[in-house]
Write a protein that binds this ligand. Structure first.
Ligand SMILES: Nc1nc2c(c(=O)[nH]1)N[C@H]1C(S)=C(S)[C@@H](COP(=O)(O)O)O[C@H]1N2
Ligand SMILES: [Mo]
Length: 263
């Protein structure tokens, strides 16, 4: 008889059960799995996402998030709550921020605002026609989403008064369209507003800042100023205003900011 073969090596003892280590193991595997799926999706996912169509220029998976913000924002300002007004002595000039859509030359006489809505042909207004409405002055805070703010005294006319004076913004059944889209002449800057924000009593078509005519840098001949939104929605040099039920395209929403941008 030959030598007996050595016994097979004993299996190493099972490590003591460690629930925490097991949980980490599971999480790591899951993270790996999720990462793998995300990476795989990354190869074709973005193109897929882009072809899904966009509402207001926002790819649809992001829209859900904005819905939540919109809901929160609506709650805050429901009932037309007014933003605080300040002592005009505190007013100053805000930094000039954003030149998208700035016209090459100021042309107050030639400037027009063209308003459209479903089923109604475009209606074009000159600055003088907007200026004939009751004047409103307010000293409010302009808040830029980049982190600065400035108290400014604005004056002009309420967008709501302008809309009402010309019988605009309503469906044939008398209810308001959901949204207002505003755009500069060259189409370089455009914002979308929900109708309640656009027609809020502190939403103005402004032609003056801190007691002086608006300068071109700040939006002359006419700009929109509203207190219920960040600065990004305060469009300078708008020449087109559209009432619609579709979520309007929005320059900064397309670049990752919240569509609603409510305060
Ligand atoms: N047409 C147009 N309007 C615009 C912008 C722009 O780039 N183009 N920038 C916005 C931003 S981000 C801010 S904070 C305010 C700043 O207004 P102001 O330049 O009068 O201070 O304008 C808003 N309106
Ligand atoms: Mo801004």
């Amino acid at each position: 008889m030959g030598p007996t073969p050595p016994p097979p090596p004993a299996r190493p003892p099972a490590p003591p059960r460690d629930p925490a280590a097991e949980a980490i193991g599971r999480l790591t595997r899951r993270a790996f799995l999720v990462g793998g799926v995300a990476a795989a999706a990354g190869l074709g996912g973005w193109a897929w996402l882009r072809t899904r169509g966009a509402a207001g220029g926002v790819p649809w998976p992001l829209r859900q998030v904005h819905r939540v913000n919109e809901w929160a924002g609506r709650g805050l300002y429901s009932g037309g709550r007014l933003a605080p007004e300040f002592d005009p002595a505190r007013a100053g000039e805000p930094m000039v921020n954003g030149n998208h859509g700035r016209p090459a030359a100021a042309d107050p006489a030639g400037w027009t605002l063209t308003v459209t809505q479903p089923g109604v042909g475009p209606r074009t207004f000159r600055q003088a026609e907007t200026a004939s409405l009751p004047r409103v002055e307010m000293t409010t805070e302009l808040k830029c989403i980049e982190g600065w703010s400035q108290v400014v005294t604005w004056s002009g006319v309420r967008l709501a008064d302008f809309v009402a004076a010309h019988g605009l913004g309503r469906r044939p059944d008398g209810t308001l369209y959901d949204y207002v889209a505003l755009e500069t002449a060259d189409g370089a800057y455009y914002v979308g507003l929900d109708a309640p924000s656009a027609l809020h009593p502190q939403t103005l078509l402004c032609d003056a800042m801190n007691g002086a005519p608006l300068t071109v840098a700040h939006g002359a001949p006419l700009r929109v100023v509203l207190t219920v939104k960040y600065g990004i929605k305060n469009i300078k040099w708008p020449t087109a205003l559209r009432f619609q039920d579709e979520l309007p395209a929005d320059y900064w929403a397309e670049r990752g900011y919240d569509w609603y941008s409510g305060l």
